[in-house]
Design a protein around this ligand. Sequence first.
Ligand code: HEC
Length: 157
Amino acid sequence: MLRRFRPVLMAGSILLVAFASSVDADLADNTAADVVMYRQLLMKSLDVHMAGIAALVENKIDYWGHARAHAEAIRGISRDMPVVFPHWTGPDAIETQALSSVWKDWQAFRSSSAELTQQAALLVEATGSIDRRVFQLQYQKVRETCDGCHSAFMKAD
Ligand code: HEC
């Protein structure tokens, strides 16, 4: 039984190794401290764009001209998010709020990141809707995606 599956397993691990090294290759010349600093900046910028959208959704600001730009920024930043999480930047190597589950459960982490890109794309689309409620509901979906990833992969304060 095991023998029959071995070639498949081997092919799987070769693919995994190839994927892991292609992800790391982009940042190979950077220090772990700089990579963590940079991904935390990206996260903070997501937070600021979400706060900008919240101000619109909660009717604190009656100017919707920037709604699309906020949504596009979230979509763009979430794309390739796993690239800024190379395996040598985990909590055993450096101070970070990322949990080791990011790398133990890499596929789920990647799916969560892809989910954010998808939900943010729908938010970009919703900026074209005359019905503000469509945008508001989609904003909640994006919020839930942030929170979902954080509860699985980020240290609680
Ligand atoms: C795929 C998972 C994932 C998604 C999706 C995600 N985050 Fe994060 N976020 C993390 C991880 C992991 C950290 C910890 C990073 C570190 O400390 O190295 C983090 C950290 C943060 C931080 C703290 C940054 C700091 O100052 O240290 C903020 C704020 C944040 N995220 C906001 C957001 C917002 C807003 C969204 C949604 C628009 C979002 N995140 C989506 C995984 C995710």
